[in-house]
Design a protein around this ligand. Sequence first.
Ligand code: FNR
Length: 397
Amino acid sequence: MRPEESSGLLRYPATAADWQARARRRLPRFLFDYLDGGAGGECTLAANVQDFNRIRVRQRVLVDVSAVDTRTQLAGQDCALPLALAPVGLAGMMARRGEAQAMRAASAAGVPFTLSTVGICALDEVCAAAPAGSPPPWFQLYMLRDRGAVRALLDKAWHHCCRTLVFTVDLPATGMRQRDVRNGMAHAGTRAGLLRAMQLLAHPGWIWDVALRGKPLTFGCLSDQVPGGRDLNAFKAWVDAQFDPSVTWSDIAWLREHWRGRLLLKGILDAHDARASVDCGADGIVVSNHGGRQLDGVASTISALPAIAQAVGGRTEVLLDGGVRSGTDVFKALALGARGVLIGRAWIWALAGGGEGAVRELLASWQRELRLAMMLTGCTRVQDVGSGQLEPDYEQK
Ligand code: FNR
């Protein structure tokens, strides 16, 4: 039983699971399930988390750890800890102006925020949310059939000073998310009503914005592209029709031509694909199975990481997401060969449960936890964390 279920609403949520419980209480069921759920029987979703829990860390003592430093660089950007917020579509439904809140929290914590192609807040709003002097967000791209629209998005991102593009390659079509089917989210016929309800129920702020002030809901980066503008149903239909399943490695070359900044390929789970990513000029990869939301039955990301890191680790930046639920998990990912991690559900649960402040608290607590893991394994710099910090069984992987 989760702590919150046994003792009423927790006064001081401490962990990602506490924020998950709070999000469950706050959000309408279908919205919570959209965040929380995965594909099929959710075995890969569960394995992402469980496989982290199986890893055993090697405790070392009597090392001078008075000056532990969690700082690093990800995609050439200084970060207070080896972590970035992963792109989450429709995040702005979970809290009023949700992506802007998350951007502020990430900036305060000194880590990058990634804005999804299918976010609610537009790039200019998210960029404006960052305090002066802090780096702009990373931008996540889904390839659209309309390459002109893609170019317009890239231009817009560049214009807003985004320099890191996260290109998601594991979504030729949307996975079979059975909770969304059960809740009607996946049914075209009921979509309009449900999305309208989402808009109004997700947060009282929406009622103020949308119903009282008549301010239309926008679809972030895509608002200009969608014919018919701001109608929720038109947007969903347009996006579904625009996902391009014909994308291949040659499109990466096209992207390289049109994007001058850093390019990370997100959704790599295979060592061959990792090598191909390096060969086609990507600056980095994100080992990812989309948080278990695409194909149930594929490997957990942490179990896939060692072989991928071994194949390409020295030649490109290897990041990982999926199942990271604590600062100690961040440590474990580093030990198995990642340079850093992206987190998805953890931040969106916190955002839904307590807004910007909750995301800040979560990140601060994970930084403390990572620092502790480093102290208790005798590491003072993140670069020192490697397979030597794991029990011997894990060293050879
Ligand atoms: C996602 N993810 C995702 N990825 C992406 O590239 N673009 C997107 O728009 C989204 N949208 C999205 C919505 C929701 C509700 C979730 C939970 C996830 C995947 C996300 O970036 C990341 O890969 C996973 O969330 C990582 O797994 P964890 O941290 O959620 O276990």
